[in-house]
Write a protein that binds this ligand. Structure first.
Ligand SMILES: Nc1ncnc2c1ncn2[C@@H]1O[C@H](COP(=O)(O)OP(=O)(O)OP(=O)(O)O)[C@@H](O)[C@H]1O
Ligand SMILES: [Mg+2]
Length: 412
């Protein structure tokens, strides 16, 4: 499904465009705007594939908008519309990075034609980025493990949504590895049906290379994310050794820029191997005593293993829960800085799991989705590109107090 954003101040023209595109079942107009000030900031959260904008759009200069869109979202399609364009306008739009120009008054078949051509170009750009990466030999891959010593704290929720944002918005090949070998559920969260899982790799270990690896991966169509699923049955988990995990990561590194690992909370040797081979560990915690206690122990272990602050990033889930412990207390207790906050939103999180559609796709404008997009931009090292719609810092009521009591509990 291609997602389209229309920006035009003329009611009639907007309606005409929406109507012309509504006949195509693979196209969806996700929003319409009458002026341009919010345009760039909406493209990411709405997961837009194609922007159709009028060159007379009120607000910022439309050609500047085209330039900003192109710099920030290299792969999207951009169509400029306008009546009686001067040659100079056309050139300026194309030079800024537009893909096509549609003259007004609109002719519906010409609209569909232009949209199809530009969407094909978007697809080509995405594939080119992937094959350019595949062909370029060693490249800067980044392995990110999402870990927490606490069960049910939101690891899979974060791993799946983070991987989907990275796949869609980085323009880089991204893969999710479900290392929750006994009870992996990333396939359910993404609503995909893996034909093969990591268990099948064992018989082919000696031949395992990038091409063969592709045959074990499952595609998540809506985002382009690939996934290596956990074994279909818990009893196969034991067959996955440390050696298998090392080999899998080594082979994935050759082709994928972002490799996200979902982990179990139980620290088995395969999890430790994954943490050791990760460039970054997202250590997820929550505002409850048990989680904090376990996180403290995990941090101590990681410090012993000489993982530095550049490797271990502490992320606080359900950061706005009003439970008598504040984010400040967490930092004091753990003596560790929180890198990111994810607010609690049961409705969005649970519906998303039940429907098998990651909320960064189905509910991109919610605070919980925005918080995860922000983490994705941190991972990409593109924090400056992240256009903020959520306030900085702890999201929601930051409950203070209780610090002394907590500090006492953890002082040993
Ligand atoms: N910020 C949040 N707001 C609301 N619900 C959340 C939030 N984070 C996680 N949840 C919900 O909590 C439940 C547990 O999340 P999840 O399965 O991701 O945890 P987990 O750490 O992977 O668990 P396990 O240790 O069993 O693998 C899910 O139903 C999820 O939707
Ligand atoms: Mg999980």
């Amino acid at each position: 499904m291609a997602r389209i954003l229309i920006a035009d101040s003329q009611d009639e023209d907007r309606k005409l465009l929406v109507q012309a595109l509504s006949y195509e079942s693979h196209l969806e107009v996700v929003d319409t705007l009458e002026e341009g000030s919010e345009l760039v900031s909406l493209v990411g959260p709405l997961n837009v594939d194609l922007v159709i904008l009028d060159q007379e759009l009120p607000g910022p200069n439309p050609h500047d908008l085209v330039g900003r869109l192109r710099r920030q979202y290299r792969h999207i399609g951009i169509i400029i519309t306008g009546s009686a364009p001067a040659i100079g306008d056309l050139r300026a739009a194309m030079q800024a990075g537009a893909d096509d120009y549609l003259p007004k008054p609109f002719d519906p078949p010409a609209v569909s034609d232009s949209v199809e051509v530009v969407l094909r170009r978007v697809e080509d750009r995405r594939h080119e980025a992937i094959s350019a990466d595949a062909g370029s030999g060693p490249h800067a891959a980044k392995v990110i493990a999402v870990y927490s010593p606490q069960g049910g704290v939101g690891k899979s929720m974060l791993a799946c949504n983070l991987a989907v944002v990275l796949a869609r918005e980085s323009g880089r090949p991204t893969v999710l590895v479900d290392l929750n070998l006994q009870f992996g559920d990333a396939d359910l969260m993404l609503n995909v049906t893996p034909e093969r899982t990591i268990a099948a790799i064992i018989q082919r270990m000696n031949q395992l290379d990038g091409d063969l690896m592709e045959s074990f991966l499952t595609l998540h169509e809506a985002s382009g994310l690939k996934m290596l699923a956990a074994p279909a049955r818990p009893e196969y988990a034991d067959t996955i050794t440390v050696f298998v995990v090392e080999k899998v990561l080594q082979v994935l590194r050759e082709r994928y820029t972002y490799i996200i690992i979902d982990t179990p909370s139980f620290l088995q040797d395969t999890t430790l191997t994954a943490l050791d081979h990760s460039d970054e560990i997202v250590l997820l915690t929550a505002l409850d005593l048990l989680a904090l206690h376990n996180t403290k122990t995990a941090l101590a272990m990681m410090q012993k293993l000489r993982y530095g602050t550049d490797k271990v990033k502490l992320v606080l889930n359900r950061s706005n829960a009003d439970v008598g412990i504040s984010p400040d207390d967490v930092e004091h207790t753990l003596e560790y800085e929180i890198s990111a906050y994810i607010p609690s939103d049961g409705r969005v999180a649970v519906t998303s799991v039940n429907e098998g559609e990651p909320f960064v796709l189905s509910q991109p404008k919610t605070q919980i989705a925005q918080a995860i997009r922000r983490i994705a931009y941190q991972v990409m090292g593109r924090e400056d590109d992240y256009l903020d719609e959520v306030p900085e810092g702890p999201v929601g009521p930051a409950h203070r107090g209780g610090g002394g009591f907590l500090r006492d509990m953890f002082r040993r």
